[in-house]
Ligand binder design. Sequence first.
Ligand SMILES: Cc1cc2nc3c(=O)[nH]c(=O)nc-3n(C[C@H](O)[C@H](O)[C@H](O)COP(=O)(O)O)c2cc1C
Ligand SMILES: C=C(O[C@@H]1CC(C(=O)O)=C[C@@H](OP(=O)(O)O)[C@H]1O)C(=O)O
Length: 332
Amino acid sequence: MSINSFGHLLRLSTWGESHGPAIGCMIDGCPPGIEIDEAAIQQYLDLRRPGTGKNVSPRQEPDQIKILSGVYEGKTTGTAIGMMIENVDARSKDYPADAPYRPGHADYGYDEKYGFRDPRGGGRASARETAMRVAGGAVARLIIPEVEIEARVLAIGGEQDETKWESLLDSLRTEGDSVGALVECVARGVPAGWGAPVYAKLDAMLASAMMSIPAVKGVEIGEGMAAAALKGSENADPMRAGADAPHFEANHAGGISGGISTGQDIVVRVAFKPTSSIRKPVHSIRKDGSEADVVTKGRHDPCVGIRGAPVTEAMMALVLADQYLLHRAQCG
Ligand SMILES: Cc1cc2nc3c(=O)[nH]c(=O)nc-3n(C[C@H](O)[C@H](O)[C@H](O)COP(=O)(O)O)c2cc1C
Ligand SMILES: C=C(O[C@@H]1CC(C(=O)O)=C[C@@H](OP(=O)(O)O)[C@H]1O)C(=O)O
């Protein structure tokens, strides 16, 4: 995997800043002859876009996808698929260049690394970029149509009872604060045998993919962290003979053992931290080192995990389509 693209045989790279004219991606390595159109991509973008309700960023972006290359007469040609979305609702005045760093966002790190950055809406670090991951993920899904991928929010601010989420988010909005979330992403229909036994293990690829999503601070596969407290007898996934494939009596491994899929559901849980851009004052410093509290304006998600869920699906699809192509190349 190179630093600027994601994947081995199916490679995604994205471009664009949150307040620039547009964002886009190139997805290379997609097999030829797959039926595709903009509607097949748009349906997933509509699940992630901002401006759809009070619990997500109010920035109004229709996220209308345009396919620019790699498709002819409704089918993929096997060449690089280029796609783009115009940014139509940036409000850059909310981000003065001399604003104190937002602790937890990328401002300080980017300045330390590059000495210079686009401060408008987080620039390249804004999760606006994840729209193009979702577009790439939609292409990946078409490569593996037999795999069904679905993510859902399991908890908001540690609360698993979803009837309490609305009032929790309402009071946070009033306070100008934010909250974290736990998301679970499951892939069904992955056959046994995808992945690799050492280094590029399927679980390692998934962990890297999920961890590359902005605001993700934890990734678990199957039993995950809880496995550390179990006995071998409790954590085993006992096997019985089945008609066509083995029948597993449990799935503590999350569908992966030895870095290779077992044919069971692949289960990944992802911890999203609370949004760092909040209206409550936080101690910070400016680029010149002077201290100042930061109070972030702009339009922000009160709980990034809500719109993060479709992004986890996209990363799952990209990893699995890539692993399918690798498996087909090596084992036929
Ligand atoms: C879908 C999505 C929406 C996000 N929206 C916001 C937001 O409105 N405000 C914000 O400060 N961070 C938001 N984030 C998180 C930041 O992009 C992220 O914290 C920042 O880039 C720093 O990266 P890190 O948290 O991975 O270290 C969002 C993340 C995702 C996945
Ligand atoms: C625009 C989107 O989300 C943005 C993600 C984001 C951030 O800091 O990650 C900050 C906010 O916008 P801005 O970049 O203008 O500060 C969100 O609205 C989007 O997801 O399409």
